[in-house]
Design a protein around this ligand. Structure first.
Ligand code: S3P
Length: 423
């Protein structure tokens, strides 16, 4: 498809779609808790609908009344053996977190994904779950899906994480809630903490001391009302577009600003962006963001901030192509095992449009500023690469053609309509 253009920058106000990570977890916590969970502002995008489908297949009653999603949970013990192979679609979060739940169930199950998900590494969750007593097997003895889980009971572990990953941490936490004893997880770097926050919100007990998390098994969680804030990972595309486009004056409403997710705000502000946070909603950890165009300079991005902006790195790389100086992104090797290899895809596609990006083992070196020009680019079937390329197209005079734009439905089905309303 031919991507959208603007002559005026981004102007106006927008409520970005609901947070994907929190939407997934609200279904999962609803399913394993006792009683009704009502989810306001659930993200009805393909990834989260994969989580809905998986829990329906596990016998949980989930209804969409057009406004809210209602989950009738009855605890871990009420999940039923699925009749078919569970389908996680493109969603790594669904597969990895659900493995933590399935590992401690008495029944056998099997979970698969689409071609992209079936190439993504699962040993990172299967390893610790096996240490807890879980019985999980990848395809033909590999670490790749489909994963077969043989029903068993689990015992607590103490686990020092070799990678910074909220998905791995969350899988272990879901297993720990079913395990005998007290589980301790020591994070490599602090990653998004929505699972920990929701254990508390659903009435459970969890102790978090910097990077050490402790939780006991056998707790009874109780259904809640959840309001999902806007997704800062979706807001990211507008934050960069408005920062780069002259005359922009943009207001993003009710964006989640949980500090484990706001690395992009820190980096863009360090680069010179004009972003203000107003109207903090403490209960939902959300705020409005006001963005105006500003000249950007290069930055060095690495270390503990990486998990706080991991999904935003492709669009941050785009921002860096327009910044004065050389931006270095390091410690981001996890980008290679996302929906696609996002280091290669970002560099390859932006370089087609005139960027000067070198790839490294754990990141990118971006020489800026380079004017971008038109061309034909590919999302690689990755929603975030597709949206990043649409932002790049706003910066070119000539047309940009995008192959596989449908990937964007994974997290943001209304992306093009929303963007059109601002240009
Ligand atoms: C997510 C964690 C991150 C992120 C993904 C969503 C989550 O993955 O990239 O989009 O909801 O827990 P990793 O845990 O693999 O870093």
């Amino acid at each position: 498809m031919e991507l959208l253009k603007t002559k005026t920058g981004l102007k106006g106000a927008l409520t970005v779609p609901a947070d994907k990570s929190i939407s997934h977890r609200s279904i999962m916590f609803g399913a394993i808790s006792h009683g009704r969970t009502t989810i306001h502002n659930f993200l009805r995008a393909e990834d989260c609908l994969s989580s809905v489908a998986v829990f329906k297949a596990l016998g949980v009653k989930i209804e969409d009344d057009g406004e809210d999603i209602i989950v009738e949970g009855a605890g871990f013990n009420n999940l039923k053996a699925p009749k078919d192979i569970l389908d996680a679609g493109n969603s790594g979060t669904t597969m990895r977190l659900v493995l933590g739940i399935l590992a401690g169930q008495p029944f056998d199950s099997k979970i698969a994904g689409d071609a992209s998900l079936n190439r993504r590494p699962m040993e990172r969750v299967m390893g610790p779950l096996r240490t807890m007593g879980g019985n999980l097997q990848g395809k033909d003895g590999s670490e790749f899906p489909p994963i077969e889980v043989t029903g068993t009971s689990l015992s607590a572990i103490s686990y020092e994480m070799p990678i910074a990953s909220a998905q791995v941490k969350s899988a272990i936490l879901f297993a720990a809630l079913q395990a005998e004893g007290l589980t301790t997880i020591i994070e490599k770097e602090k990653s998004r903490n929505h699972t920990e926050e929701m254990i508390k919100q659903f009435g459970g007990e969890i102790s978090v001391d910097d990077k050490t998390i402790t939780v006991s098994g056998g707790q009874k969680l109780v259904g809640q009302e959840v309001t999902v804030p806007g997704d800062i990972s979706s807001a990211a595309f507008y934050l960069v577009a408005a920062s780069l486009l002259p005359e922009s004056d943009l207001h993003l409403k009710h964006v989640g600003v949980n500090p484990t997710r706001t690395g992009i705000l820190d980096v863009l502000q360090d680069m010179g962006a004009d972003i203000q946070q107003v109207g903090f909603d403490q209960q939902n950890q959300a705020a409005d963001l006001l963005i105006k165009n500003a000249p950007l300079k290069a930055s060095e991005i690495g270390g503990e901030i990486i998990p706080r902006l991991i999904d935003e790195l492709p669009v941050i790389a785009l921002a860096a192509t327009q910044a004065e100086g050389t931006t270095i992104i390091r410690d981001a090797q996890e980008l290679k095992v996302k929906e696609t290899n996002r280091i290669d895809a970002t560099a390859k596609e932006l370089n087609k449009l005139g960027a000067n990006i070198e790839t490294t083992d754990d990141g990118m070196i971006i020489h800026g500023p380079t004017p971008l020009h038109g061309g034909a680019v590919d999302s690689h079937g990755d929603h975030r690469i597709g949206m990043m390329l649409q932002v790049a197209a706003l910066l070119t005079e000539e047309a940009v053609e995008l192959s596989h734009p449908e990937a964007i439905n994974i997290s943001y089905p209304d992306f093009f309509t929303d963007l059109s309303s601002l240009i």
